[in-house]
Design a protein around this ligand. Structure first.
Ligand code: C2E
Ligand code: CA
Ligand code: CA
Length: 245
């Protein structure tokens, strides 16, 4: 199965288009069925327990790429964000497995970001806080994925040691040049008040980007800048989009 899996990389940029990181997105090229989207196979992998093998493979690959890009003097700037589903995060050995990956690939932990959803975080709040603190003690950054789509109370979020919130693309797609968007505005304001980085995903149009900038959003990801790219294309993108630090 591993030969059929591939990580794609989607750049993340700031308001002037400079790279601030990338998100690793899994692709499954099935020999007969063709490409199967992660939205389809991740839930099945969760049900069958295969997610642990797949998730381990994803982290191994992500760390290997970070190490590679550093060695090849590619201008990889910022972090590489890896998606973690609730089942992966709930494993007692989750933090240890990541520590082992960092040691194996000898990468700077600050280059790695973990994307978690509210579903993963709010199942057992006490245990979650412990784990997030352990991850951050390793030097890893934490992003709250799909922000705004869950039903968690804000008081819970306040207790979580996070570095970033990611505004879900469902909200971004509703943004237009002339529309009022009190919801998105509030989400961004919450992030900024909590001293978190705020990134919007699914940015497809200049109008959406402009609206987000106006509302105070600092980081962006979406087809407007780049699609998720196979590694070689992503390397080229980095080479063309390098900026002095
Ligand atoms: P997500 O974490 O919310 O990822 C964002 C999705 O939006 C990705 O879909 C990405 O390709 C897509 N996207 C990016 N820019 C745009 C845009 O401008 N417009 C639109 N319409 N879409 C955009 P993708 O790659 O199909 O991944 C779907 C979901 O599968 C992800 O949602 C994530 O929950 C899950 N996933 C992907 N890779 C992994 C992985 O390695 N591990 C785990 N556990 N889950 C993964
Ligand atoms: Ca994500
Ligand atoms: Ca999302």
């Amino acid at each position: 199965v591993n030969q059929e899996l591939e990580l794609y990389f989607q750049p993340q940029v700031d308001a002037v288009g400079r790279m601030v990181g990338a998100e690793a997105l899994l692709r499954w090229h099935h020999p007969e069925l063709g490409d199967i989207p992660p939205d389809t196979f991740i839930p099945v992998a969760e049900e069958t327990g295969l997610i642990h093998a797949i998730g381990g493979w994803v982290f191994d690959q992500a760390c290997a790429r970070i190490a590679d890009w550093g060695r090849s003097d590619l201008p990889f700037q910022g972090h590489l964000a890896v998606n973690v589903c609730p089942w992966q995060f709930s494993r007692p050995d989750f933090v240890d497995s990541i520590r082992l990956m960092l040691e194996k690939h000898k990468i700077d932990p600050g280059r790695l970001m973990v994307e978690l959803t509210e579903t993963a975080l709010l199942y057992d709040l006490v245990e979650t806080v412990k784990r997030l603190k352990a991850l951050r003690a390793l030097g890893i950054h934490i992003s709250l994925d799909d922000f705004g789509t869950g039903y968690s109370s804000l008081s819970h979020l306040q207790d979580l040691p996070l570095d970033e919130i990611k505004i879900d693309k469902a909200f971004v797609s509703e943004l237009g040049a002339n529309l009022e968007n009190p919801l998105v505005e509030s989400m961004i304001a919450i992030g900024l008040h909590m001293k978190l980085a705020v990134i919007a995903e699914g940015v497809e149009t200049e109008a959406q980007r402009a609206a987000l900038v106006r509302l105070g959003c600092k980081h962006f990801q979406g087809f407007l800048f780049a699609r998720p790219l196979p590694e070689n294309d992503f390397r080229q993108w980095m080479a063309h989009n390098a900026h002095p630090n």
